[in-house]
Design a protein around this ligand. Structure first.
Ligand code: NDP
Ligand code: 8X3
Length: 256
């Protein structure tokens, strides 16, 4: 039977690439993000290219009521996600905590931690009832290491790491897989968002080496999703070859 994948944050970067790769493999999709125009364009294209069903769920994962209503609506339409990719997330700012913007902290915690929990709780209920499912959480190298001025973002991704372990322990008895996929530097809109539209600073993050792309990470996510039922990847850390740790890179000087 054709499986359905629910991807949060599918309007850009890793989530967008996941939608394309799962569609190529013939999966039906549920696509979420806040930017409706982008999800409309992507859904339309994938429907006509791959003859799959694509359901759009436009909501902010921070909005608990919208999340619950959106997922209840799926149930009313008999759409049952087999795989959930908890990808929606962001970093905002890069500053010492004592100079940090409290609104930025709240948005990161509310999106990366609380939003992921709201979506997971609502989707897990159906998976438990069906005694099958796969939750794939997008962590980060920032969930393994803390780097200077990454404070709150790193803390949210450490929380995703810990929640992935907790989910796995609590869902194993229900036959549900939980995987954590943690990328290093990936060239998406991530840095543009972090630096609030400052393109020069954002572009500079990816200069002098070859970063990962959304496609590279999507490939790994699809690999996790397609393993046989008795095989689960608990934890996958993916780095560009030129990145050893959160902060150690093999960068070539400009012009070389
Ligand atoms: P992008 O900025 O390109 O994509 C982020 C996606 O998240 C967008 O689709 C955005 O959609 C969505 N999103 C953000 N906030 C919300 C919200 N409140 N509700 C619903 N959707 C939301 O970045 P990436 O693709 O790089 O990021 C995807 C994930 O990967 C994030 O969790 C990030 O932390 C993680 N990651 C990224 C790395 C990188 O170097 N790029 C490395 C490690 C992890 P919209 O704005 O339309 O709502
Ligand atoms: C994104 C990677 O190193 O910029 O999670 O935090 S990093």
């Amino acid at each position: 039977m054709t499986k359905t994948v629910f991807i949060t944050g599918a309007s850009s970067g890793i989530g967008y690439a996941c939608a394309e790769k799962f569609a190529e493999k013939g999966y039906n999709l549920v696509l979420n993000a806040r930017r409706k125009d982008r999800i409309d364009e992507l859904s339309e294209r994938l429907r006509s290219l791959h003859k799959i069903n694509v359901k759009e769920l436009i909501f902010d994962v921070r909005d608990k009521k919208a999340v619950e209503e959106g997922i209840a609506h799926l149930k009313s339409e008999q759409i049952e996600p087999d795989i959930l990719v908890n990808n929606a997330g962001l970093a905002l700012g890069l500053s010492n905590f004592y100079e940090g913007d409290i609104q930025d902290w709240e948005q990161m915690v509310d999106t990366n931690v609380k939003g992921l929990l709201y979506v997971s709780k609502a989707v897990a209920k159906g998976m438990i009832g069906r005694r099958s499912g796969h939750i794939i959480n997008i962590g980060s190298i920032a969930g393994r290491e803390t780097y200077l001025r990454g404070n709150v973002y790193c803390a949210t991704k450490h929380a995703v790491h810990s929640l992935s372990e907790a989910m796995r322990m609590e869902l194993v008895q229900h036959g549900i897989k939980v995987s954590l996929v943690s990328p290093g530097a990936t060239n998406t809109e991530f840095s543009l968002v972090r630096f609030k539209g400052d393109k020069e600073t954002a572009d500079n993050i990816y200069q002098g080496y070859k970063p990962l792309s959304g496609d590279d990470i999507a490939e790994c996510i699809v690999f996790c999703a397609q393993l046989p039922p008795h095989v689960n990847i608990n934890d996958m850390l993916i780095m560009p070859t030129a990145q050893a740790t959160a902060t150690i890179f093999n960068k070539k000087p400009a012009g070389s």
